[in-house]
Write a protein that binds this ligand. Structure first.
Ligand SMILES: *Cc1c(COP(=O)(O)O)cnc(C)c1O
Length: 416
């Protein structure tokens, strides 16, 4: 399709958008003057679906009227509540139902997965991560290395792009694995890098890693609900994600984890808790831990039902739309954004997001001058600034419109 940078063209794209009605199912934050913000920050905190309140009220009411009996007799009994999410989650990450579990929070799950999948030996003890990974991921892998008594300077490989490029290529990774692969125990990458928006080649990297005997895991914080995933077919060992970014489940809401089915039956080492124990005799309070033979076997605690209810509300929308339709609109929306940005004649900004991306676009501002960001914020844009020099914007296909993208472009152009 040939795009045009006019309001009427953008407006026409909205009219013909099959998902246009979903915007009204979300609360769009308002500016002081009562008009809607141009909200392009769903990569950081997704907006609230209007049905979330209904799902929460159901559980609050059942708690009020039933107390502890709600575990069995609530309209949606709490005992198996996490199971209500598995089918939707399996579709979002491309996994079997037994391979996904809603539990804990993201960084906690990353640690739990590394307890199982980072088992260093004196010959093979290194972890490979991208140099500009999200800080929490760096802290987590560093602390795991320390925990096992290895030295971070030696054991952590922070992969940087070559030749001053802003993205890491699969070739860079292959070259490194050929040189040092025998010493690497774990590859842990942000599936969609939070800074550049780059999507890694999950399948190729997983294959390359496995060929060298390396476990491969991904942090999907910026991937789940944003791009098409096929974790099972790609044979990824494990993955973790949060539910409050593209999955619109509320600040700090419960996270997710995926563990490939080939690992379920193996009694792999893990940190255990009672909720991971075999359901048949969990309440007989046996002494010996006997894990459920699925991703559920990695659970520790009985989960926060109110948070799961918010996730369930949001996932009902994803079920209805489906990732295929979502990604189709997402690509068009982001292609339009990039078309508009490229039409701006200014040497003050450049796009660092590569072609392999989801909906996020990272705009590098020359000299890291934050004035531009502050100016567009004043005009009603909600985006985010990432030090040292990037404005991240993410038009989200469920609730952002082509007009949102056009208005953002107009404001940015004026300020430039
Ligand atoms: C958002 C994000 C996190 C946040 O971790 P929490 O444990 O949910 O606070 C971690 N890693 C990445 C890559 C993220 O994008």
């Amino acid at each position: 399709m040939k795009f045009k940078n006019t309001f009427s063209f953008a407006s026409n794209l909205d009219v013909n958008d099959k998902l246009k009605n979903y915007r009204s199912q979300f609360y769009i934050p308002l500016q002081k003057n009562g008009t809607e913000h141009i909200y392009l920050c769903g990569n950081s905190l997704g907006l609230q679906p209007k049905i979330t309140r209904k799902y929460l009220d159901q559980e609050l009411n059942d708690w009020a009227s039933l107390g502890v009996e709600g575990h069995f007799h609530a309209k949606n009994p709490w005992l198996p509540y996490h199971e209500y999410l598995t089918e939707s989650y399996s579709k979002i990450v491309g996994a079997k139902k037994t391979e996904v579990i809603a539990m804990n929070t993201l960084t906690v799950n990353l640690h739990l997965m590394m307890v199982t999948f980072y088992r260093p030996t004196s010959k093979r003890y290194k972890i490979l991560i991208e140099a500009d990974a999200f800080p929490s991921d760096i802290y987590a892998v560093e602390s795991q290395i320390n925990f096992h008594g290895y030295n971070v300077d030696d054991a952590l490989i922070k992969l940087k792009p070559r030749n001053g490029d802003s993205v890491i290529t699969t070739d860079d990774i292959e070259k490194l694995l050929n040189e040092e692969g025998d010493e690497i125990a774990l590859i842990m990458l942000g599936g969609v890098n939070y800074y550049t928006g780059q999507v890694f080649d999950f399948k190729k990297i997983t294959d390359l890693g496995h060929k060298k005997g390396i476990k491969v895991g991904f942090d999907l914080a910026h991937a789940a609900g944003n791009i098409k995933l096929e974790l099972h077919n790609w044979k990824v060992d494990f993955a973790v994600w949060c539910s409050y970014k593209y999955l619109n489940s509320g600040p700090g809401s419960v996270a997710g984890a995926y563990i490939h089915s080939r690992h379920h039956d193996t009694n792999l080492l893990r940190f255990s808790g009672w909720w991971g124990h075999n359901k048949d005799d969990r309440f007989k309070m046996p002494d010996k831990f006997n894990p459920i033979k699925s991703a559920e076997g990695w659970q520790l605690s009985n989960p926060p039902i109110l948070s799961l209810a918010a996730i369930r509300a949001s996932l009902s929308i994803f079920d209805e739309v489906g990732m295929n339709a979502l990604v189709l609109k997402s690509q068009k929306l982001t292609n339009y954004l990039i078309f508009l940005l490229e039409s701006i004649d200014s040497n003050r900004i450049n796009i660092i997001t590569p072609k392999k991306r989801g909906c996020q676009v990272s705009i590098r501002v020359n000299n890291g001058n934050k004035i531009l960001f502050d100016a567009i914020t004043k005009k009603g844009v909600i985006a985010d600034w990432r030090e040292p020099d990037v404005i991240r914007v993410a038009p989200v296909p469920l609730y952002n419109s082509f007009i949102d993208v056009f208005n953002f472009y107009t404001i940015l152009k004026e300020e430039l």
